[in-house]
Design a protein around this ligand. Structure first.
Ligand code: SF4
Length: 329
């Protein structure tokens, strides 16, 4: 886990990133745009776990995919170790992909049902033409044991494994080529609670052992609190609060983050929080509300909030927020 970030630790720099999808609009001659990611700027530092939270549909998975350039951004840049990913040739991008891996929510969907686990783990080596047969075998044997399975599982098919075991295989596969960063997209959300805890502990151990960096995307704030060093809160395509885990959870600024955090159950009955119930549903990202996008649900909305978009500003060292309540301070 990280304690302090420096410019030298910078691994990924996301600047003004936008990902819009054309959708049929009211005007039959012109598309509307679903603004899934709308002007996101953030940094990810080497060796940290950056948690990304928000309601489903807020754009967090799209942000993860756009950072990986699995989706071509509409605008903005993603720099990995100082290199703008959009400027890389197809060959260089393929090499870069070895350093950037992903773990998805549904391990069944990411494993071919007709291939054994051993074959699934060999795939990255084949794609990138890396390693002798002996090196591949040694690495796969090491990893299958490191994620808590055994060589026995290499000859099994996905349907013969439990959900937790399949997710362990996905983790092993993400690790085969020694990545720098892993985007974990709701990586434990589909698992039973007891299995979730085991997989989170495994991810945490691997992060320390291999000095990995995680972008940990989840709608579950308790999980994000447990594993993250810093936390970014996303609402309707925008990051609206970002800071260290303690600053975001203990000195929460944005009314939306406060509402999300108020819903986390406390174990200690003397520390029960007052629950803030969010009004209404997440508005459409095709026609987001004017001004502050949260204003139609905010219990502290002011006149200015309906007209002017608040800037994403540093309120205290390393703690950023986009809210008119904290301007001019
Ligand atoms: Fe609420 Fe206004 Fe802050 Fe938006 S800018 S979160 S509407 S107080």
């Amino acid at each position: 886990m990280m304690t302090e970030n420096t410019v030298n630790d910078l691994l990924v720099q996301v600047k003004n990133l936008k990902m819009y999808f054309p959708v049929p609009g009211d005007n039959p001659f012109r598309n509307d745009y679903l603004r899934a990611v709308d002007d996101v700027t953030l940094d990810i530092y080497k060796g940290e776990v950056l948690g990304l939270v928000g309601e489903s549909g807020c754009g967090k998975s799209t942000l993860g995919n756009t950072i990986l350039h699995l989706l071509k951004p509409t605008a903005g840049t993603v720099e990995f170790e100082g290199q703008d990913l959009s400027t890389l040739s197809a060959g260089d991008m393929k090499s870069m992909r070895r350093k950037i891996q992903m773990i998805f929510q549904d391990p069944s969907a990411s494993l071919n049902p007709r291939r054994t686990i051993g074959n699934a783990l060999l795939e990255p080596f084949r794609i990138h033409k890396i390693g002798t047969p002996k090196e591949r075998e040694d690495r796969i044997n090491f990893l299958i044991n490191r994620v808590g399975l055994s060589e026995y599982h290499l000859s099994r098919y996905p349907h013969e494994l439990s959900g937790g075991q399949k997710q362990r295989v996905s983790i092993a596969r993400a690790l085969t080529l020694n990545p720098e960063i892993i985007v974990c997209d709701e990586a434990v959300s589909a698992l039973d609670v007891s299995i979730q805890a085991q997989v989170i502990d495994l991810l945490e151990d691997l992060q320390k052992d291999f000095n990995l960096t995680y972008l940990f995307i989840s709608h579950d704030l308790s999980v994000v609190y447990y594993i993250s060093d810093r936390v970014a809160v996303m609402y309707l395509g925008k990051v609206i609060e970002l800071g260290s885990k303690d600053s975001v959870f203990e000195r929460t600024l944005h009314p939306y983050s406060k509402a999300l955090i108020s819903a986390i159950p406390k174990v200690d009955p003397d520390q029960v929080r007052e629950r803030i119930i969010l009004q209404g549903d997440l508005p459409s990202p095709v026609k987001p509300p004017s001004g502050c996008r949260f204003h139609v649900r905010c219990n502290q909305c002011m006149e200015i909030c309906k007209e002017e978009t608040p800037e994403f500003k540093e309120y205290e060292t390393g703690h950023f927020v986009a809210c008119h309540l904290y301007e001019n301070r």
